[in-house]
Design a protein around this ligand. Sequence first.
Ligand code: MV4
Length: 479
Amino acid sequence: MKKVLVANRGEIAIRVMRTAKKMGIKTVAVYSTIDRHSPHVKYADEAVLIGEAPSNQSYLLGDRIIEVAKRLNVDAIHPGYGFLSENADFAELCETNNIIFIGPKSHAIRIMGSKLAAKEAVKAYDIPMVPGTDEAITDIPEAKKIAKDIGFPILIKASAGGGGKGMRIVENESEFESQMDRAISEAVNAFGDGSVFIEKYVTSPRHIEIQVMADTHGNIIHLFERECSIQRRHQKVVEEAPSSVLTPERRVQMGDAAVRVAKACDYVGAGTVEFLLDDEHNFYFLEMNTRLQVEHPVSEIITNTDLVELQIRVARGEVLPYTQDDIKIHGHALELRVYAEDPLNDFLPSVGTLETYKLPQGKGIRVDNGFEEGMEIPIYYDPMISKLITYGDSRDEAISLMLKAIKDYHIEGIQTTLPFGTYVCEHEAFRSGNFDTHFVKRYYAPENLKEQQKTEAKIAALIALQRYLEEQKLLRIPN
Ligand code: MV4
């Protein structure tokens, strides 16, 4: 593999190219008109304009990207996350054009893209699943009987959904039919597939996912878990590894289950198996994400690995350089997603220019960044600017470093989720590890940040006053 095209933008395009360069592989960036001056374009050895700003006229144009790859003699395409990364047709298109798709085979993407096909595939592999149905519901009265047996509340999920899309809670029997009708019509509208199934609703779960890596020789390992419960409306904001709640026994059980899920779909490359953990620490398989995830750095840090390097090596047909016993947990890592969103205004996208943009640096700090000072945040794409990652020997150390790194991260011109990160890291529930997926809804209100900002303003005023008084004193000495 001599040349790789990265079919993505922003921090992840740079992240992937960084490892490609380290491995002596040439890099090709693709970009839209609005990204003309973006860092990922400058960072690449070659860069090609592929279209207009809207992603369906650029980053989602599989055919055009393949054309570019062929013209530039590219050996492999890395899709990053989002865009074409979980598009089975695109993976296939790469295969038929003799270009390596750095990811799993299209059939694994297809199976995991359908929640019902995924359940079917893992059936024979002893994977714990939430009580529910495992076929598309066709008979609503029959489904209602099952729901009563399981016990309310239940959740209706769209088979083609995922990541929280296409879900409906049914609190009690009386609303079963109406919610079912809505769920089916929503699924038809959103995915063109009205297949839905039901599950018992786990009321206060933690979201724990396992990183897996598989080669083409039948070897599969896991790289332990990430805790991703701090999210709002299915958008993760803070992630960490390892989870502070797993016992060593549970960790082994979940890791082994994740490896079996990967085996069930002949998985190749980097993947993530999502589980719910209930308040009694039972775990249940939810879905598998067939891509490199946003939050992969926390796993890299605690396992001393480079997941992009492993992806590339596996794509070249190499045997995984590690066995399961080689992978150990070292220390603790935290990640804060820095979004151009206003936490004081319902996390609405905050548009504008990065008037000041200075990254924190130092031991235990990693910033996976896609922007620089003076740039505007385009409205066309995900508003994530960077990922702020901190790590240390202990969770407390990683949290303290995160608080310090947030202070040292200077952004002016737009609002970001940095102050929200401070709120989370200072919160007792987060610090004690006693939280679930309802953390943000339960504890966060904009007033909390206003309090935080008031305190900071007060401290700043006191420092200014003290300086002023000292200056006055100095001036008075000659008298
Ligand atoms: C659930 C659940 C409770 N019970 N399934 C949301 C994302 C998608 N992967 C599945 N999700 C959930 N499935 C049952 N049976 C609660 C969620 C859920 C959730 C899961 C992980 C992280 C955040 C979440 C926020 C709300 C709901």
